[in-house]
Design a protein around this ligand. Structure first.
Ligand code: FAD
Length: 621
């Protein structure tokens, strides 16, 4: 087979953003090249081998709903699954899986290697070919030229990567990998705003040197959750436990005594670190009153003894790392397999991007993942998918696909980034979404798979399974509406007894399910209902129980959309509108939008602010 030199889309980088970007473009039928440093590191987890968590699983499930690989690879590699916030409402419930990093990577690679229209090539991209503000291709380290009018850059922490351990530092993309220096230099020549961020990782521990008997065991959840809408328990390998221990006064003293040897506190590191994943030295400094911090010992895989001690990310010198680790209960004799470190890298201000993730200044050049100032595999994967879709659509001469904030967390993520930029590594939370009750992790497929099919991302088997699920939900809802329970019948009595509330008259099952004390599983059992698929049952239960809230949120979305054309008076005094932040007041005063729709598209003007504007206009009229 001839190796082609011209492609429709070239993706640079085989991390979480790059693999989803390449898969999406190829699934849409365009000729795609994935160019990466090392084929062995395709889908590599640079830090914690875990996928999901609050806000993040929402992204993973959206990627899955659009045919992406992350959730399925998590099911194939997941060795401990839990549902976080399981006692809270469905909007904030989140699935998290600890993964065997080898199995995860293998699953991603297998998906890539079996994807039609996708070529994989191991080479560093050193240069971009740009003509008249339009990207035309890529030049590799060996001097090979690959041509494409659409290039997606997903270089993660590699651009100008500088690894710090104590006061020593050296160039690297992450431990064991080379940095991207030539490409970083080339990118700095383009008219794009660039900055430095940093992130860090803890030392890894040999499990054979740990005393688990003094730690608290944390098994996975039963029943075991599944990450992908297309996954099943049969995909999961063996399941294992994590272990919990704590730092203590001695640990904190060691850290305090050595802060002058920390690259962060001695001013060697300039980049800003992730607020929600702070290093242990940061935690001791910021929360000085706390006398202990939790440390989760998480297995890195089924075929290794290595453990990831979640909670003690550090860039202190190695001798201090060893002291810290050995001061912690159960780790007194611990052997460190790999030292912890911090890494500083270039990122580009996402305000220089369009909603499609194409740069504003170079046609066809897209950025996705950590390069845009985000942190996390899930945030990277979601952006990769979107950039891959839009690179393919551009190649097909179609308009960009840009999901709105009320349609997907992917929409929230991109809108936040391109409208507000970021001064620190950005991670997703459910609190960032205004319409949390609509954007749940459990309904990501119902929200997005149909759009995915139209975009050309969903194959026939996936589509058929989705349609069958959607139909089964409708049928079950219909059955609940039309199944009646009479008082003073054996079933009616059983229900009264079980839930402690007598039935005053006849009820249909839907009305009964709306009651807070009644859950779907026990109601189905008491009424001898036909068994339905677990995903169908979950959907029916949530949609029934939260119908009032969901409808109200949907009405708000519809109302805002309808009011797009409402005029804003030219002399409107934004500073007099209470509830609007000073920043938004200033933006509106300066831009003077003519309609609410225009106001809503001003970077940084949130749907909540648009709602306030609408209320204000109504009061005036
Ligand atoms: P990456 O996964 O970094 O992938 C980049 C890919 O691009 C790699 O395959 C690389 O080889 C390739 N590449 C780079 N330059 C070139 C080039 N010129 N030519 C060809 N290929 C190239 N996230 C968290 O959420 N929490 C954390 O605590 C956390 N800690 C971290 C600690 C460390 C030390 C590191 C390195 C990362 C950490 N992360 C953390 C971040 C997480 O790893 C990233 O968010 C995620 O991997 C980003 O995905 P990506 O696809 O953007 O980039």
């Amino acid at each position: 087979m001839d190796f082609p030199s011209r492609f429709d889309v070239i993706v640079i980088g085989g991390g979480h953003a790059g693999t989803e970007a390449a898969l999406a473009a190829a699934r849409m039928g365009v000729k795609t090249l994935l160019l990466t440093h090392n084929v062995e590191t395709l889908g590599q987890m640079s830090c914690n081998p875990a996928i999901g968590g609050i806000g993040k699983s929402h992204l993973v499930k959206e990627i899955d709903a659009l045919g992406g690989a992350m959730a399925m690879a998590t099911d194939k590699g997941g060795i401990q699954f839990r549902v976080l916030n399981s006692r809270k409402g469905p909007a904030v419930r989140a699935t998290r899986a600890q993964a065997d990093r080898v199995l995860y990577k293998a699953a991603i690679r297998e998906t890539l290697e079996n994807q039609q229209n996708l070529w994989i090539f191991q080479q560093a991209a050193d240069d971009l070919i740009v003509e008249n503000e339009q990207v035309r291709g890529v030049v590799t380290q060996m001097g090979l030229r690959f041509l494409a009018d659409n290039v997606v850059l997903t270089t993660g922490t590699f651009l100008g990567g500088l690894i710090h351990i104590g006061l020593q530092n050296y160039s690297g993309g992450r431990a064991g990998d080379p940095p991207s220096i030539a490409l970083a230099k080339r990118l700095r020549e383009l008219p794009l705003r660039v900055g430095r961020l940093k992130t860090g990782t803890p030392p890894r521990i040999d499990g054979r040197s740990v005393d688990f008997s003094v730690m608290t065991e944390q098994p996975g959840d039963t029943p075991t959750p599944v990450m992908s809408f297309r996954g099943s328990l049969a995909d999961h390998p063996a399941q294992v436990s994590c272990w919990i221990t704590h730092t203590n006064a001695r640990t904190h003293e060691i850290i305090r005594n050595n802060l002058d040897r920390s690259p962060m506190y001695s001013g060697v590191i300039e980049g800003v670190g992730p607020r929600y994943c702070p290093s242990i030295e940061d935690k001791i400094h910021r929360f000085a009153d706390k006398d202990q911090h939790q440390v989760f010992l998480e297995p890195e895989g089924l075929t290794t003894h290595e453990l990831y001690p979640n909670g003690i990310s550090t860039s202190l010198p190695f001798d201090v790392q060893l002291e810290i680790v050995r001061s912690i209960r159960g780790m007194e004799n611990a052997h460190i397999v790999r030292p912890g470190y911090a890494i500083e890298y270039d990122f580009f201000d996402p305000r220089d991007l369009k909603h499609s993730l194409e740069t504003k200044v170079i046609g066809g050049l897209f950025f996705a993942g950590q390069i845009n100032g985000t942190t996390g595999y899930e945030e990277a994967g979601a952006q990769g998918l979107l950039a891959g879709i839009n690179a393919a659509r551009r190649a097909q001469e179609l308009d960009a696909w840009t999901p709105r904030r009320d349609e997907a967390y992917i929409g929230v993520l991109v809108d936040d980034l391109i409208s507000m930029g970021t001064q620190e590594p950005y991670r997703m939370f459910t609190s960032r979404a205004e319409y949390r009750l609509i954007l749940r992790e459990d309904n990501a497929d119902l929200r997005l798979t149909e759009q995915g099919r139209q975009l050309g991302l969903i194959d026939d088997a996936h589509w058929a399974a989705f349609c069958a699920k959607r139909e089964a939900i409708e049928q079950e809802q219909q059955r609940l509406k039309t199944s009646w329970v009479q008082p003073n019948t054996p079933v009616g009595e059983a229900i009264s007894q079980r839930y402690g509330t007598p039935l005053s008259h006849e009820y249909n099952l839907q009305d009964l399910l709306r009651r807070p004390e009644i859950d779907y599983a026990s109601l189905a059992e008491l009424t001898n209902s036909p068994v339905v698929d677990a995903q169908v049952a979950e959907q029916v239960e949530i949609q029934t129980k939260y119908a009032g809230y969901i409808d109200r949120q949907q009405e708000e979305i519809d109302r805002l959309r309808r009011s797009e054309s409402v005029s804003l008076p030219a002399n409107l005094d934004y500073s007099a509108i209470s509830g609007l932040s000073k920043e938004i007041q200033a933006k509106l005063s300066q831009a003077r939008p003519q309609t609410l729709g225009q106001a809503s598209r001003i970077p940084g003007v949130t749907p909540a602010a648009v709602s306030l504007l609408l209320i204000h206009l109504k009061k005036r009229s």
